[in-house]
Design a protein around this ligand. Structure first.
Ligand code: ATP
Length: 265
């Protein structure tokens, strides 16, 4: 019997915009339940990778498959938590409505008792019960992000893409959001691809890092990839990786200020 298809597989993948090659020779198999953290400076192609997986940016070389199939826009196999963006304060849509929209109508029925129970369960899982009926635009950024996570959980994807979902969340909410995503991959075997500029909040959960650099990429356990010699090679300029009280601080490269500021925050 052949092995089940991986949630995400890239083989010799290459993405370019005209003459600008963003990344190439990308070989990666993400296993069920794996937490892959994608790091790299501005413009290194992190968002482009998510766009390729979502079927929004075609590769111009190699292969990309999701559970053995080519990427496809709107696939239910792929969940997506976008960057934190505030929702229009005038929207009448409530948390409950957004989560219901994510449910599979064929499986849960539309508007029935089972659907309502499932929506309640998802809202409870992210601690959003108390504001389930408040219009989304009136919620705080952290509350809105929890609702987006409840919606993503509801689709029960095999692969969950997270695009800097912690941006502008306070530390407590950062912790809660990452713990929820971690629980989802442990309980349901959802593979997670988590794009971030700041490794520390997700370091305890990260199985492997994909580091996209100006001079190439590296894939491996955090301790293998996040070393001064590996990152110096990826940036083509001296980079120091310092470890302090379990935190990683990257000094040098294009993102020096970003990392240092966040490490000190
Ligand atoms: N539609 C497009 N057409 C042309 N170039 C693009 C397009 N989208 C992105 N790029 C370029 O591709 C490169 C990678 O962009 P991408 O947004 O994937 O990087 P990123 O790692 O997500 O950056 P950031 O950390 O700033 O969000 C950048 O140089 C960007 O200018």
């Amino acid at each position: 019997m052949s092995a089940p298809a991986a949630p995400l597989e890239l083989a010799g993948a290459r993405l370019a915009y005209g003459p600008r090659v963003v990344w190439s020779d990308l070989d990666l198999v993400v296993r069920p339940g794996e937490f892959l953290t994608v790091l790299g400076p501005n413009g290194s192609g992190k968002t482009s990778l998510l766009r390729a997986i979502l079927g929004l940016a075609p590769l111009d070389g190699g292969r990309l498959s999701i559970l053995g199939r080519p990427p496809r826009r709107g696939s239910r196999a792929v969940g997506y938590i976008p960057q934190q963006r505030l929702i229009d304060p005038a929207t009448p849509v409530r948390a409950r409505d957004l989560v219901r929209l994510g449910l599979d109508g064929d499986r849960w029925g539309v508007g029935g008792r089972r659907t309502r129970a499932r929506v309640d369960e998802l809202l409870a899982a992210v601690g959003a019960t108390s504001y389930a009926d408040v219009p989304l635009g009136m919620l705080s950024g952290g509350e809105q992000q929890r609702v987006r996570i409840a919606q993503a959980l509801g689709t029960e994807p095999g692969l969950l893409l997270c695009d800097e979902p912690l941006l502008s969340l306070d530390l407590r909410h950062q912790h809660e959001v990452t713990a929820l995503i971690d629980a989802m991959r442990r309980e349901r075997g959802t593979a997670v691809v988590f794009v971030t500029h700041e490794i520390n909040p997700v370091l305890p959960y990260t199985d492997r890092v994909l580091y996209l650099g100006p001079a190439g990429h590296a894939i491996g356990a955090p301790d293998e990839v996040l070393t001064s010699s590996r990152l110096t090679a990826l940036y083509g300029t001296p980079v120091d990786v310092l470890r302090s009280h379990g935190r990683v601080v990257i000094v040098g490269g294009d993102d020096e200020h970003h990392h240092v500021e966040e490490a000190e925050a």
